[in-house]
Design a protein around this ligand. Structure first.
Ligand code: VGL
Ligand code: ZN
Length: 203
């Protein structure tokens, strides 16, 4: 099933931040594998002049999701801290649009759409279909995909560019099934008929 990218497509990289990578405070096992995978899609998006969005978890120091506040997670992605920076190896283009989420200390926000301008920005840019990858499959990717579909966007789930936390061992697998059930199309790089070396489509 060859997929041809076209105007109206955009790439969304979810929370590829140091704290979610090996060595970080909320490390996703093998999470660094999403970086080269996403870089291939970033390359393709840049070559085809498709817009790129990158969300980041951007919490105040006393966010409600942190254990010290009675939440479920160790402190992570404190706004402005090194752990909140995008992975240095992620080749985001300079024109990538950054979406901060989880900025309200009293609210959890797994989805990149929650409490952000993302849906409005996408509509304004004429985006109809989103290629979504990043971290973590069972939290922020799942909730972002759910909201993307609920907002009327088509979703191509980049299965080779996501990784799960797996608090329970099957969480990632369940999340992938749930996203498909909701209408996301699971894809990998081999499904695209462009190679990163391709020229932009003829105008
Ligand atoms: C995430 C747990 C807490 C995520 C964010 O980006 O998936 N997970 N905050
Ligand atoms: Zn968080």
């Amino acid at each position: 099933m060859a997929i041809t990218l076209r105007p109206g497509d955009a790439l969304l990289a979810v929370d590829v931040q140091n704290d979610f990578l090996p060595g970080g405070t909320l490390a996703v096992g093998g999470g660094d594998a999403v970086i080269p995978a996403l870089n291939r899609y970033l390359d393709l998006a840049t070559k085809l002049r498709l817009p790129v969005y990158a969300s980041r978890d951007w919490h105040p120091r006393e966010h409600c999701s942190f254990a010290a506040q009675g939440g479920a997670w160790p402190q992570h992605c404190v706004a402005g801290s090194p752990g909140a920076q995008f992975a240095p190896g992620l080749k985001l283009p300079p024109e990538a649009i950054v979406i901060d989420k989880g900025v309200d200390s009293q609210r959890e926000a797994y989805s990149a759409f929650e409490g952000t301008e993302l849906a409005a920005l996408l509509r304004r840019a004429g985006v109809r279909r989103l290629l979504i990858g990043g971290l973590a499959t069972d939290y922020c990717v799942l909730n972002t995909v759910r909201d993307a579909l609920a907002n009327g966007f088509e979703v191509l789930l980049l299965c080779d560019a996501i990784k799960a936390v797996n608090v329970n061992p099957e969480d990632g697998a369940h999340a992938e099934r749930e996203m498909q059930r909701l209408g996301a199309q699971p894809v990998t790089a081999a499904d695209f008929d462009h190679e990163p070396s391709d020229q932009p489509a003829a105008h």
